[in-house]
Write a protein that binds this ligand. Structure first.
Ligand SMILES: Nc1nc2c(ncn2[C@@H]2O[C@H](COP(=O)(O)OP(=O)(O)OP(=O)(O)O)[C@@H](O)[C@H]2O)c(=O)[nH]1
Ligand SMILES: [Mg+2]
Length: 465
């Protein structure tokens, strides 16, 4: 038993020793682990670029053809070496930092909070491989269906509301005729004649168009109603198209524009709108208040002058309009103003003294500046329909009219008068008025006008153009 207890004692001592040794080892292991962890934490705080270098990045071998040798690596260029004036976002992968020689500074997003996590896309051109250049660089894609409406279509679309009354009047009636008839027969021709004669185009121009139509039918050049519609559209464009160069405002200093027309036709309003347009194009404008006849006419022009920032030269009420225009041209010459627009009185054209007065204005303007007025525009109110053609004839006999402005097309179904005026006077229509806003004075373009007038919407379901 004594031997057994001795053996037990030895076994207990061995076990205790083993326990102590194990505890020591365990303690040592824990300490090692702790210090390793501490070092790891310290390392991760000081050697961030190295850690970041492990993030997915463009490497030479990733890129077909390889990167340039000058391309710095992450370890070559730690975060602290990034230009201090514009630090790169901290989440930017270090390996994507390229030297200024290979990546333009603009390739990086600007400094703002959203730049904390910049998309990688801007850095893509770090080293575009020659073979993949076209796909690596931004390429202007061919424009798809989202392409903005071409300028011409926009012009036409803008005109349509202003011509709505004329469109829904005789143009629509014509359209319905063609939509309901499949065959071209004498009855259809008679119907067309009726519509044209009531369309304010004027008897002369309507008869001319019908004569041409019959001739084309006889020659079998026109075979169906759709071809008649096409014919009328084409002839309208031809009638409205004049061989006139655009108004060359820059050819004289000042360029003098005389505006004439019966009272209420829209002269003063047109002058104000035009002055606004010219000023917005960078031309300086002076307005001459040549209507000394009508009470408040000058004030009306002054309101426009103040609105668009153009000086207004005025005379005495009831005074001589030619002296106002003379003074205006002299002042514009002295002050280097680009354009003078002269308003005039609009007493009824049947009173011969108005025509004499206008002729005097023209002569005196020429004395203030040789060659002036450079243009004389007749403003015609479209709502007066065929009367407008008669008015225009009286004015053009007395004055050398170089352009027509047809106003108030938005307020009438008599827009066809434009065809009669253009056909009989052969004077270019320069502007049309389709409303009271400045932008409603629109430069006249024959094709756009006809498109807006005869567009598909007028002819119902059937596509005949
Ligand atoms: N709806 C519409 N109204 C217009 C247009 N052009 C002018 N007007 C209006 O027509 C009216 C007469 O215009 P004015 O510019 O005073 O006409 P005016 O020829 O100078 O008239 P007088 O000075 O009396 O000879 C005004 O109420 C204008 O606002 C247009 O294109 N559309
Ligand atoms: Mg006026």
């Amino acid at each position: 038993m004594g031997g057994g207890s001795h053996t037990d004692l030895i076994a207990a001592l061995v076990a205790l020793g083993g326990l102590v040794a194990f505890s020591g080892l365990a303690l040592y292991a824990i300490r090692r682990a702790k210090s390793a962890r501490r070092r790891q934490i310290e390392d991760s705080a000081t050697a961030l670029p190295v850690a970041r270098a492990k993030r997915p990045a463009l490497r030479p071998e990733d890129v077909e053809g390889g990167a340039t040798e000058a391309e710095p690596t992450a370890s070559d260029e730690p975060l602290t070496t990034a230009p201090s004036s514009e630090p790169l976002p901290t989440s930017q992968p270090a390996s994507l930092f390229a030297s200024p020689a290979t990546v333009p500074r603009e390739a990086f997003p600007p400094r703002h909070p959203a730049a904390v996590s910049p998309p990688l896309a801007p850095v893509t051109p770090v080293a575009p491989p020659p073979g993949r250049l076209s796909s690596a660089l931004p390429v202007e894609k061919p424009r798809g269906p989202e392409r903005p409406m071409p300028a011409r279509k926009r012009e036409v679309a803008a005109l349509v509301p202003g011509l709505e009354r004329t469109r829904s009047g005789w143009v629509s009636r014509l359209g319905q005729l063609f939509a309901s008839k499949k065959e071209l027969d004498p009855a259809l021709l008679e119907e067309i004649e009726k519509v044209l004669l009531t369309a304010d185009i004027g008897v002369r121009t309507s008869q001319k168009l019908l004569g041409e139509l019959r001739e084309s039918l006889d020659k079998k050049a026109i075979k169906d109603p759709a071809a008649v519609w096409t014919f009328l559209r084409r002839r309208s464009v031809e009638i409205l198209t004049m061989d006139a160069p655009p108004v060359a405002f820059a050819t004289a200093q000042p360029f003098v524009l005389l505006v004439i027309g019966v009272n209420g036709s829209g002269k003063t309003t047109t002058i104000g709108k035009l002055a606004s347009k010219l000023q917005s194009q960078g031309k300086s404008v002076l307005l001459a208040a040549g209507d000394t006849f009508r009470a408040a006419a000058t004030e009306q022009l002054e309101v426009w002058g103040a609105k668009v920032g153009a000086p207004v030269v005025r005379g005495k009420d009831g005074g001589d309009p030619s002296s106002v225009v003379f003074d205006s041209v002299k002042r514009a010459r002295a002050e280097g103003i680009d354009v003078v627009i002269a308003d005039t009185a609009g007493r009824l054209h049947t009173k011969t003294n108005l025509m004499e007065e206008l002729q005097k204005v023209r002569r005196v303007t020429g004395k203030a500046l040789e060659g002036a007025p450079h243009e004389t525009w007749l403003v015609i109110d479209a709502t007066s329909g065929q009367n407008a053609i008669a008015q225009a004839q009286v004015f053009t006999q007395a004055m050398s009219v170089t352009g027509i402005v047809l106003t108030k097309l938005d307020g009438t179904a008599k827009g066809g008068v434009i065809l009669g005026i253009a056909d009989q006077l052969r004077i270019p229509v320069r502007y049309i008025g389709v409303g009271e806003r400045v932008e409603d004075l629109r430069e006249f373009e024959a094709e756009d006008f006809v498109e807006a007038l005869f567009g598909e919407a007028s002819v119902g379901e059937r596509h005949v153009s």
